[in-house]
Write a protein that binds this ligand. Structure first.
Ligand code: DHB
Ligand code: FE
Length: 279
């Protein structure tokens, strides 16, 4: 049977992708950030997941004000890398796993999560930056990816509780897929950041560190955090953290934290990263 063996959470700041693409990772500004991913790259090379369910958000790339799916599951064979205004990032296309993705769609919709099914879309930095952080710069990504896009761009985003419950439904879906597959779930985005307005550059390390502690030890209560708390304390874009709850809901309540990294700043953003093993 397929099994979710581990979860990864990481921020997806686009400047991180640019630093890798432009060969700047050895610069003093970037070194401490990338140091925090050395363990992760070694670990994942040994884990060799077959499939990653990658929870991310689209930043007005595949979707815009014409259509705003709350949860969109990528069921296609292949997802192209978007040009977000500076040319396409030099990273490979993402190969999907349509069979497992359609199984997840059937299962979660039966479970009353009426997600949107997407067969064709391009993915942006929300997905490609976490791939780069975990896998570096290969010619082809070493695993299949099922993108799950969550709307956190236009209010109202889904609640943290709903995201957590969707993670639980994804867990049930994967557990009922017959092929032996090593599946990981990734939650991306965050941590505290605000990109626009008078509070641009806001970073709240106290909020972030508390989030990282409770994400490990008290995930059910943490998922109940209302949107207004993210807005007030973690900045307008801090609400991206609801995507982490999808990942957490798909794991056991008790997990082993294999790795934690927190770094400020990457451009205007606090970067957080954890790896949890289902135990
Ligand atoms: C930036 C964009 C993001 O989507 C994000 O999550 C963090 C930072 C940026 O443009 O700097
Ligand atoms: Fe973002």
């Amino acid at each position: 049977m397929a099994k979710i063996t581990a979860g990864v959470a990481t921020s997806h700041v686009p400047a991180i992708g640019a630093a890798v693409d432009l060969g700047k990772t050895g610069e003093d500004y970037w070194k401490p950030l990338f140091k925090g991913y050395e363990f992760s790259k070694k670990w994942i090379a040994e884990e060799k997941p077959d499939v990653v369910v990658l929870v991310y958000n689209d930043h007005a790339t595949a979707f815009d004000m014409n259509i705003i799916p709350t949860f969109a599951l990528g069921c296609g064979e292949e997802f192209g890398i978007a040009d977000e205004g500076w040319g396409r990032r030099p990273v490979p296309n993402v190969m999907g796993h349509p069979d497992l993705a359609w199984h997840i769609a059937h299962s979660v919709i039966d479970d009353e999560f009426d997600i949107t099914i997407v067969n064709k879309m391009e993915v942006d930095h929300g997905l490609s930056v976490p791939m780069t952080l975990m896998f570096g710069q290969p010619d082809a990504w070493p695993c299949k990816v099922i993108p799950l896009a969550v709307n956190v761009i236009t209010f109202p985003p889904p609640s943290g509780k709903r995201c957590f419950a969707l993670g639980q439904a994804i867990r049930r879906a994967v557990d009922s897929y017959e092929e032996d597959l090593n599946v990981q779930i990734w939650g991306t985005g965050g941590m505290s950041h605000q990109l626009q307005g008078p509070r641009a550059g806001l970073i709240n390390s106290e909020f972030d560190q508390d989030f990282l502690d409770r994400f490990l030890n008290d995930p059910v209560e943490l998922a109940k955090t209302p949107h207004i708390d993210y807005l007030e304390q973690a900045g307008a874009e801090g609400v991206e953290l609801v995507m982490w709850h999808v990942m957490r809901g798909a794991l056991n309540e008790k997990v082993t934290e294999l790795h934690r990294h927190y770094h400020v700043p990457a451009s205007n953003t606090a970067v957080g990263h954890v790896i949890y093993k289902n135990s």
